[in-house]
Structures are given as C-alpha cells and as structure tokens.
Write a protein that binds this ligand. Structure first.
Ligand code: NAP
Length: 495
C-alpha cells in the first residue's frame, strides 16, 4: 500500500491535496497537526481512500504544540468517526482506548529522527506488548547498512502483528522503495516535491514512474547502483524501464555507500542480484569480490557486479563501451570524420587516472593506439602508465604535445560544475577528436570549446548507453535495444 501524507497548513489546501492524493494513493494520511483548525469530518468527506489520522506532537517530529488533552481529543474523535486507522505515539498509547467492536485499526508508532538506535529490537518487542493492530517503527539512517537492521526487524516480525518500518534520510531511501520486498505493511510517498512529511520521502511520481513500485512483490529481484553521490544518476530510470519493457520482475535502486566493505558484507543478507559501480568505489570494491572477469582484473576497475549463487563477480563494461564509442566515429558519414578511421597508431591523451581512465587506457592499448596519461596526481598517472604499458606526461606539457584524440576521464565539467573545463581551449586543434566521458551535461564546456575550434566532438552518452546495455546483458542474458536506452537517457537528463 502506498500512503500519501497531507502536509498543508490551511483547510483549503488540505482539502485540495486530499482529493488529489485520493486519486493516486492507496491510502491517505491526514496530518491534523499540520493544519490550522482542522475539520476532520469535512476532510473525511473529500477522501475516497482509506484514511490514517495522525496528530503528531513536536516531541515525535510533528507540528502539534498544544496540550496533550487537545491532541488526544482529535484522535478520539477519529475513533468515534470510525476512520480506517489512527496513529498513536507509543508513549501515549494508554490515553486512547479502542473498543473490540471498532472498525478502526490502531497504529502504535515510534519515531527517531536522529539515528537507528542499537536497541531497535527492544523497542520492537515493547511495541508488540502495546496491543497495537499495526506497529510502526521509523528511524533515521546514518549509514546505508541501517536499512539491513530494519529489514531484519521486519523479517523477525513476519507472520505476527503487521509492521510499518523504514529508514528516513537519503541513506534510507531504499527501505521506502523496497517496502514490499522488506515486508513493510505500507510505504509513504509525498504528493509532490516540497510536500514531504519526513526527510528522504520520495514523491509519488518517482515511486510510480522511476521505481515502478506497484509491480514489485516478494519475488522481485533487486539490482542497484553503488556510489557516492548517486542521487543524480539516470541509471535507475534506464534499468527499471528496461526491466519492465523486457518482462523482468526486477528493480534497480541507488545505494549511497561510504564504506564499501561493510556494505557488501551486510547486503549479502538481501541477496542483491547485481550492481553497477561508480565513483568512488570502482577500484576499492575489488577486494570485496569472490571473483573477477579477466578483463576487469587486467584493468583493475569494476563497474558491474553479478551475483552467481551468492558469489559476487566483477566485470568492466566501460572499456568496450568507450572503444565502441570511439570506433563509431569511423562510421559517421562526414568525410572529415572518416579520415580519422581506426584507432591503431593514433596519439591519444587521456586526462585522469581513475577507473574510467584505466578502462580506456587498456582498451586503446589493445587497439594499438599510442596512449599518454595526464593526471592531477602524477604518481597515479605513472602507475597506470606502467601497468597499461603506455606513457605518462605532466599536465603542463600538454600544449606541446601532438594529439589526435583527447579524452576527458575526470569529473571536471560535470553537473553542477558545468562552467569548468579540464584543459585550456588553446590546446584544441581543428580535426582533433575530443571525447568527454561526462554525460551530464550533454555538451560540456570542453566540448563547446572543441566545437568552436573545429574539433570532432563526442559526448559521454554513447559510452553510457553501451556500458548500460552490456551490464543489462550480464545480469539478464538479454541484449536491450540501444536506441531505447538512448531515448530514456536523453529524456532523463536536464535540457
Ligand atoms: P575516479 O575513479 O574517481 O577517477 C577520477 C579521476 O579524475 C582521477 O584521476 C582524479 O585525479 C581526477 N580528478 C577528479 N577531480 C579532479 C579535478 N577537480 N581536477 C582534475 N582531476 C580531477 O572516477 P571514474 O569512475 O574514473 O570517473 C571519471 C569520470 O568519468 C566521471 O566523472 C564521469 O563523468 C565519467 N564517466 C562516464 C561514464 C560513461 O559511461 N560515459 C561512465 C563512468 C564515468 P586524482 O587521481 O588526482 O584524484
């Protein structure tokens, strides 16, 4: 069940929002504590879906700052009116009695806006003694692994009193999205951005259109993106759309991860079927894996993980994706472009020495290109040059170099730093191929400068499309149509 809380300060707004929420949600929570002079009867008339009545005091993260008598009086009225659910805070449970004949279900709730406390199971056991029809435990996630503790709580409670439980905050997003897989009675979604009743609440449109949560069930397999940050990623919209269109009962979610070892160890409990890996974990994740594809091992960076019967194997789809992107320049109809045919013997300058630079350096060496690595940290560029059997250079020497292909494999120029560029415009020469691996924005400052200088420019999106398609194939065995991925990806980016 998806429940939309009504967060409005006036009755006029509350009535409008209640009508709108009734048309999309399975259930509506009337947050009486937010409304000045709430008229419960009128609100109930407008609501066509089951209703939770809540009158949350300030001490539990709500807005009601009047007397406890006045607060509880509104909840008693809700019971008299036989609303579907009344939410009563755990420390006020004794103040509200529900007759055995009442149709109303009592939700006894505990909220913690600071953390997911160590004594979570004690809190749960205490709430079980409260004769609740439904137990609600909502905590704040300070780390992604707090979600696993909520999952274990829900598993422990399976088959007994129904439980609503999830984590607040950005780290807790996945417990909201995966509520059916976790086993929570319901999840909350805001009516729209700005109408959240708690930190980290996702809006209903994202829940329905990006994560497609209506089609999830207990058998849904979970995939996701490991990285930090992850909130800007367009991978969820791409993989979730492909899963639906190609008939897979799978879901793809973002995992904001700080400590990779803890994450991998704890999330084995959820049996995640596959991961994409992005900044900053492409190299550090390797020590947590059970096996590596030879190409990924050679490159020393993993952007895809496949779970084979509980064992995690690392792959690299960036390498082939970047090479295919560069080779596709060959197939362009423009005569000028055609003269650049083939990568063999081309003098290539790669900016950066991280995961993507590694993948491209090894890929281009395999095609016979003359590769030089330039990086802010010289030591790292020398190390990569040594491993990939190519050269390294100092950034200050770049202007004197003869370059056929310049590749940006750093985040310089990426959203939101869209006015930054990794190199001075003067080093760009007509007919040079300039490939920026950044895909957001679609055209970076580097590419704008390169276009001005008469270079052949390639954005990061074709590479992104190829690597996503290869990932999808590793997970499902099926090749998705590239044009579908491209269309979704371009739609998912800001104009
Ligand atoms: P990474 O492993 O963290 O490496 C980042 C590299 O960029 C490092 O060499 C780092 O230098 C350098 N760098 C970071 N900030 C810099 C700055 N302010 N100035 C100069 N150099 C800087 O990241 P990655 O996974 O390789 O990703 C790199 C970029 O590739 C991303 O930003 C993303 O836009 C792009 N990418 C594209 C695709 C695609 O499919 N199109 C896929 C993945 C990534 P130090 O060694 O000195 O720290």
């Amino acid at each position: 069940m998806i429940c939309i809380p009504i967060i409005a300060s006036t009755m006029e707004d509350a009535l409008k929002d209640t009508e709108e929420a009734s048309s999309v949600a399975d259930c509506v929570e009337l947050r009486l504590d937010c409304i000045k002079k709430p008229d419960l009867r009128l609100l109930l008339e407008r609501c066509t879906k089951p209703v939770i009545v809540t009158n949350r005091p300030v001490r539990e993260g709500g807005m009601f700052d009047g007397s406890e008598e006045d607060r509880v009086a509104l909840l008693k009225l809700a019971l008299e009116l036989q609303v579907d659910y009344v939410d009563i805070e755990h420390d006020s449970r004794d103040r509200v009695q529900c007759s055995p004949e009442s149709k109303t279900k009592l939700i006894v709730s505990y909220h913690n806006f600071r953390e997911t406390p160590d004594n979570l199971m004690d809190i749960y056991r205490k709430l079980r003694q409260s004769h609740a029809d439904i137990i609600k435990i909502v905590t704040y996630a300070r780390s992604i692994t707090d979600n696993i503790r909520i999952y274990q709580l829900l598993q422990e409670g399976m088959g007994t009193t129904p439980i609503i439980s999830f984590c607040m905050g950005e780290y807790g997003n996945i417990s909201r999205i995966l509520y059916k897989i976790f086993g929570s009675y319901l999840t909350f979604a805001s009516l729209r951005s700005g109408k959240e009743s708690a930190p980290g609440q996702i809006n209903i449109h994202e829940m329905l259109n990006v994560y497609q949560i209506r089609r999830h069930n207990k058998q849904t397999s979970v995939y996701g993106l490991i990285g930090n940050p992850v909130s800007h990623s367009i991978s969820p919209i791409i993989h979730n759309t492909l899963f639906t269109e190609m008939g897979f009962n799978n879901v793809y979610v973002p995992f904001k991860v700080d400590v990779i070892d803890d994450f991998i160890k704890e999330f084995k409990k959820l049996d995640i079927k596959g991961y994409s890996v992005t900044i900053p974990h492409k190299e550090s994740v390797i020590s947590c894996l059970d096996g590596m594809d030879p190409l990924a091992e050679k490159i020393g960076a993993v952007n895809t993980i496949v779970n084979k019967n509980g064992r995690l194997f690392g792959f690299n789809t960036d390498c082939e994706a970047a090479i295919r992107t560069l080779e596709s320049v060959d197939q362009a109809s423009d005569e000028e472009v055609k003269t650049h045919g083939g990568l063999c013997g081309k003098r290539v300058a790669i900016l950066g020495a991280g995961g993507v630079a590694r993948a491209i350096a090894f890929g281009l060496k395999g095609r016979g290109s003359q590769v030089t690595i330039f990086n802010r940290n010289d030591e790292r560029s020398r190390l990569l040059a040594n491993e990939a059997d190519c050269d390294s250079g100092k950034l200050c020497d770049l202007p004197a170099r003869q370059i056929d292909i310049l590749i940006n494999a750093t985040p310089v120029g990426m959203f939101p730093g869209v006015n930054e560029t990794p190199v001075d415009k003067n080093i760009l020469k007509p007919n040079m191929i300039v490939f920026d691996t950044i895909y957001n924005p679609k055209e970076t400052k580097l590419l704008r400068d390169a276009r001005d200088k008469g270079c052949i420019t390639i954005g990061g999106m074709p590479m992104f499309v190829h690597q996503a398609a290869a990932q999808f194939k590793l997970w499902t065995g099926k090749t998705p149509p590239l044009e579908v991925i491209g269309k979704i990806a371009y739609k998912g980016l800001p104009a």
